[in-house]
Ligand binder design. Structure first.
Ligand code: GLY
Length: 259
């Protein structure tokens, strides 16, 4: 069985081999960001790096970020206990490019890691792109050989990622795993997409804009990449479960006997 610890290590080391700096998770409560109560994704600690206000010694980073989505733009609280995939607290694995590489590298990185290093069967995967993102759709088609039925164009804000009402944002491409027809649910974009059959395991955001408090958007200094993979969801897949509460980290039988 692939443990949560092994999945985290495989992800971080894959991106280290691609020239990324492994950066520690920031604290759950963001320092110096009054717009968020809790970190809701890996990019929060890099917000000012995307906008060019802050410079780091690296232009590629990878993290395993502690996250809570219990309010604001990304609020999963109402789903916890009702779906097989939502948690109050989770870890988000991410790779980031600060004006370095863009879609034509990010998508092949994601595909290689999922299908080679993690060994997922391409038949169980499908992807979404923002409806007018022909470039991302073409890259997915080239590297996967998928037809249009597996590269699904989504016209809604489900495929335009924003950290909050303000901050870096951009169209995104989500990767879904099909848990099979014994689980209720349909592919993304279908009427029963909210079931647990097709679960989003990874989101690749093509960061290009910053939303400002007056509601307008400006361009980021350079196109950038922000991704988020749900560690516990990936463990669910790799451990052959469909319910996130069954993974090694969370299932009751894994508790020490003294508890
Ligand atoms: N920042 C990407 C995501 O949370 O999906």
């Amino acid at each position: 069985m692939t443990s949560v610890a092994e999945i985290r290590k495989t992800f971080l080391e894959y991106f280290k081999r691609q020239g990324h700096e492994i950066v520690r998770s920031s604290p759950l409560v963001p320092q110096n960001d009054p717009t968020l109560m809790f970190a809701n994704s890996g990019m929060v600690q890099f917000k000012n790096v995307f906008t060019g206000q802050e410079k780091r010694s690296y232009t590629r980073a990878t993290t395993a970020q502690k996250c809570v989505r219990a309010g604001g733009k990304h609020n999963d609280l109402e789903n916890v206990g009702y779906t097989a995939r939502h948690l109050t607290f989770f870890e988000m694995l991410g790779n980031f490019s600060f004006g370095d590489y863009f879609k034509s590298d990010a998508i092949p990185f994601a595909w290689e890691l999922l299908t080679k290093d993690f060994g997922l069967d391409p038949k169980r995967l499908c992807v979404t792109v923002y409806h007018d993102d022909d470039e991302a759709a073409a890259i997915w088609k080239k590297i996967t050989g998928f037809g249009d039925d597996k590269i699904i164009r989504i016209p809604t804000m489900d495929n335009f990622w924003m950290m909050g009402d303000t901050g870096p944002c951009g169209p995104c491409s989500e990767i879904f795993f099909d848990h099979g027809d014994k689980i209720a649910g349909g592919p993304p974009g279908s009427p029963d997409q909210d079931g647990d059959r097709y679960v989003e395991i990874w989101n690749n955001v093509f960061m290009q804009f910053e939303s400002l408090p007056d509601g307008t958007r400006t361009k980021l200094p350079k196109p950038s990449i922000d991704t988020g993979m749900g560690l516990e969801r990936m463990a669910t897949v790799l451990q052959g479960k469909h319910d996130v509460f069954s993974i090694d980290l969370l299932r009751i039988s894994s508790a020490p006997k003294s508890l």
